[in-house]
Design a protein around this ligand. Structure first.
Ligand SMILES: [Zn+2]
Length: 236
């Protein structure tokens, strides 16, 4: 597992070269942002301790795709009584089948959801709302990659934890659904890309210093998001 520092408070944990989780240090312990592929729990917890990030007190999920929730159950089994947080909309896709709910709301684009939703056994203990401050992370609804996808903005150091709303493989930020040909996976897994573009426009209003994506390296460029929005808009 590769570890990279992110801003003043974060660490990026990368498996298989392209699947990222993040650890964000808080006043009490740390928050694990996304739970990577299955079989990652032991290595994640080893790295958290090695880096001196404190104890994992909460797991926060951007969305329910398999490469973001893969190790939630293993982590909950080792950590015991920690919070598990996700948006209410994304939580509908979190249980295993048949409890998993693939219905669309009347005001949502009536497109088929894509990507793999393997489901987990653990139940969320907290449902985050748009605009809420969860620890030091501002929770922002960024639907498009999936319904109910959320991004998280650390207002202390300007780091945007974008999940799969923004992809940075190759070192350039792209809006979900507009990823480059050499890493098309998030495109195939994107539910509705015009909605993802609208979400990226919302994010562009934030004072972002760097982008930390679910896939790809950290982009240290305050203008990267605006460029991604422009590029995506030119293709839509
Ligand atoms: Zn995804």
């Amino acid at each position: 597992m590769k570890v990279t520092r992110v801003g003043q408070f974060g660490w990026q944990l990368t498996r298989m070269g392209v699947v990222n989780s993040y650890v964000v240090r808080e006043r009490n312990g740390c928050t694990l942002l996304d739970a990577n592929l299955p079989g990652s729990a032991r290595e994640i917890l080893q790295e958290v301790h090695k880096q001196g990030a404190g104890e994992v007190e909460r797991i926060l999920l951007t969305h329910a795709h398999g490469d973001h929730v893969g190790s939630v159950d293993e982590l909950m089994a080792s950590l015991g009584d920690v919070d598990l947080a996700i948006s209410a909309r994304a939580a509908r896709l979190l249980p295993k089948k048949p409890a998993q709910d693939h219905s669309l709301d009347p005001d949502e684009p009536q497109c088929k959801m894509r990507g793999i939703f393997p489901g987990i056994d653990a139940m969320p203990t907290h449902l985050v709302n748009d605009g809420e401050l969860f620890g030091s992370l501002r929770c922002i609804a960024t639907p498009g990659h999936t319904p109910g996808h959320f991004s998280f903005f650390d207002e202390r150091d300007g780091t945007l934890y974008a999940g799969d709303e923004i992809i940075t493989v190759g070192g350039t930020a792209r809006v979900s659904g507009y990823a480059p040909w050499y890493f098309p996976l998030p495109n195939f897994a994107t539910w509705h890309r015009p909605t993802a573009l609208e979400s990226a426009r919302t994010l562009a209003d934030l004072p972002i210093q760097r982008i930390a994506s679910g896939h790809g390296r950290i982009v240290e460029d305050a203008s990267a998001l605006l460029q991604a929005v422009r590029e995506a808009a030119s293709k839509s």
